[in-house]
Design a protein around this ligand. Structure first.
Ligand SMILES: [Zn+2]
Length: 474
């Protein structure tokens, strides 16, 4: 009998194999090291293997872990400071971001990543600059990282509407240098658990020469470009002022779009532009909650799907979402698109569940290792406790109601166990690889400092939230 690390005895399971959800029942999963090595009837698995650890999940629902395609975990420490306002970045984020130290950012990353893990995410699609702290926590926590390191040359400051970003060559070089050094240090670490991507912040945030270099380097290094794309009117304005051209035609001329391109948001893309990106086999990450809250818009994911492209989901950042919960993201995606198209049949539950798992993995180019429960892939698996009022009662005849309830009723705290890369990292809702209470305490400590530091600029900008404070509405 072969000795293996882990055996999971499942009840009902969605594997995401095939074009549907790959439902099956009464199987056991054999895991050795990071990989799923066998899936079969329980008695067959038990006759072939002896496991170090066995998990009895017959009463639970087994799913692949969620793939969060786009996050800014470092913003976790400024959660909830930039909603309900006109200019989210300059009016809302700017004073808090200016006051956020490198240590505070890392504390925010730990908080956001811990939160995502608890709600069943097994791939953290982080994006930002000064990423080493976040990568180290990804490594420590045992989760999967698809980390994009930001390259930009636009100097950070509170720009006024119509004011062109100041591009600084030195800053561009430094950020590219960070991306390269983190790539060399961490890419493919721990059997490919951590991937490093190159992240030009957006076509408006760096000049043509640097954009070209990043593209060439990403190709040479056989990694991907992860980049905000047509993310809003602010970007379109900057592109028109600088180049007299909208982002997508501009990047198409530079041959930027291909299967190694991951475009984030596409909020401001026209139908034609969406089709351009999809035709070049580029990929899209849709952040429904974030774009809904900060821009009041629904990005054109439906058009992207209709054009044959891959779409994954992302939670973006805590000052405009306000969290990293893929259940909430699935529900928002389904509801917002139903409202946009005035149709109850758009973005059904099964489709958004696929987007949160296998199709998201495909969009990120990591579907060879995650996104479904299949022999040969890594064991990225979550177990859902069905004994929660919002998931009860369960119907299996004449239809299964599990998936509609997961998408429209579940909140995230139904996730009992999280297994990533073959390792159990949450068991019975208790994290095994990090100290959650300490993480929350650290974030609070830094938030107290940030708040005091941000006050002056916050009041000078005198945005809507400053007025709400004076009026007793916050
Ligand atoms: Zn973003």
């Amino acid at each position: 009998m072969k000795k293996i690390d882990l055996m999971i005895h499942t009840g009902m399971m969605y594997t995401m194999q095939g074009d549907g959800l790959g439902f099956c029942q009464g199987k056991s999963i054999a895991v050795d090291g990071s990989k799923i090595i066998d899936i079969d009837e329980t008695e067959n698995i038990q006759s072939r293997y002896q496991a170090e650890k066995e998990i009895h999940a017959e009463d639970m629902l087994t799913l692949p872990g969620f793939v969060d395609g786009h996050m800014h975990t470092g913003h976790g420490v400024i959660r909830g400071v930039a909603q309900d306002i006109d200019n989210w970045m300059m009016e809302g984020m700017a004073p808090f971001e200016a006051a956020r130290s490198a240590e505070a950012k890392d504390a925010g990353s730990r908080l956001a990543i811990a939160e995502a893990i608890l709600w069943g995410t097994t791939t953290i699609g982080d994006d930002g600059s000064a990423m080493e702290g976040a990568i180290k926590f990804i490594e420590q926590s045992g989760t999967r990282g698809n980390v994009s390191v930001r390259v930009r040359s636009a100097l950070p400051k509170a720009y006024k509407k119509g004011e062109l970003y100041v591009l600084d060559e030195k800053m561009g070089e430094e950020t590219l240098g960070e991306a390269l050094s983190l790539y060399e240090k961490y890419h493919d670490r721990d059997g490919g658990r951590i991937k490093i991507r190159f992240g030009p912040q957006g076509a408006d945030f760096l000049g043509v020469g640097l954009l070209e270099r990043v593209k060439r380097i990403a190709k040479d290094k056989k990694t991907k470009i992860h980049m905000h794309l047509a993310q809003g009117t602010r970007e379109t304005e900057q592109m028109m002022m600088r180049y007299g051209q909208r982002t997508i035609p501009f990047l198409e001329k530079m041959n930027y779009f291909d299967e190694d391109y991951i475009g984030i948001h596409l909020t401001d893309a026209t139908k034609e532009e969406v089709e351009t990106v999809a035709a070049h086999r580029g990929n899209m990450i849709l952040c429904s909650n974030s774009i809904g809250v900060i821009a009041g818009r629904v990005p054109p994911a439906q058009e992207f799907l209709e054009a044959g492209g891959n779409v994954g989901l992302g939670t973006d950042q805590a000052p405009g979402n306000n969290g990293h919960n893929m259940f909430s993201e699935m529900k928002a995606t389904s509801c917002f698109n139903k409202i946009k198209y005035q149709s109850s049949t758009i973005m059904p539950a099964w489709k958004v569940l696929r987007m949160a798992t296998i199709e998201g993995a495909r969009a990120l180019g990591i579907d060879d290792v995650t996104g479904s429960i299949e022999v040969g892939k890594c064991a990225d698996i979550i177990l859902i406790d069905l004994k929660n009022p919002q998931l009860a009662p369960v119907y299996t005849v004449p239809m299964r109601n599990l998936v509609p309830n997961l998408v429209y009723a579940a909140r995230g705290n139904e996730v009992d166990t999280v297994i990533t890369h073959g390792r159990v990292i949450v068991e019975h809702r208790i994290p095994l690889t990090f100290d959650l209470a300490q993480i929350i305490e650290d974030a609070q400590k830094y938030a107290d400092v940030i708040g005091a530091k941000a006050q002056k600029q916050f009041e000078e900008i005198n945005g809507r939230n400053a007025q709400y404070m004076r009026e007793g509405k916050l």
